[in-house]
Design a protein around this ligand. Structure first.
Ligand code: SF4
Ligand code: F3S
Length: 106
């Protein structure tokens, strides 16, 4: 499965949603996650993310391992998102800021 990681938080560009053939994305207040039970590993979303926040679960960057479980858990709680929406006004300023998980809203 593919996994959304830390740099999506407060960026939330949603370009990923446009290409997913199985609508595997779920939306929280400032972050998106992928449901591992829906994702078919097509890899289409990975290059679409302007924040480079999407990785295959076995190729997660060091320190991002917790996002595996976080995607699995939050995708069962949050609503499905199937259309691209406008990113937050300050998305650019947050792109690349490390450890945004402390700002994750659930
Ligand atoms: Fe959707 Fe493919 Fe990305 Fe999985 S890898 S979330 S199926 S676009
Ligand atoms: Fe997040 Fe990138 Fe999608 S910032 S919403 S994973 S396009």
């Amino acid at each position: 499965t593919f996994v959304v990681t830390d740099n999506c938080i407060k960026c939330k560009y949603t370009d990923c949603v446009a290409v997913c053939p199985v609508d595997a994305f779920f939306e929280g207040p400032n972050f998106l996650v992928i449901d591992p039970d829906i994702c078919i590993d097509c890899a289409l979303c990975e290059p679409e993310c302007p924040a480079n926040a999407i990785f295959q679960d076995d190729k997660l960057p060091p320190g991002q391992e917790a996002f595996n479980e976080l995607n699995a858990e939050l995708s069962k709680i949050w609503p499905n998102i199937i259309e691209v929406i406008s990113p937050p006004a300050d998305a650019k300023e947050w792109d690349g800021v490390p450890n945004k998980i402390e700002h994750l809203e659930t």
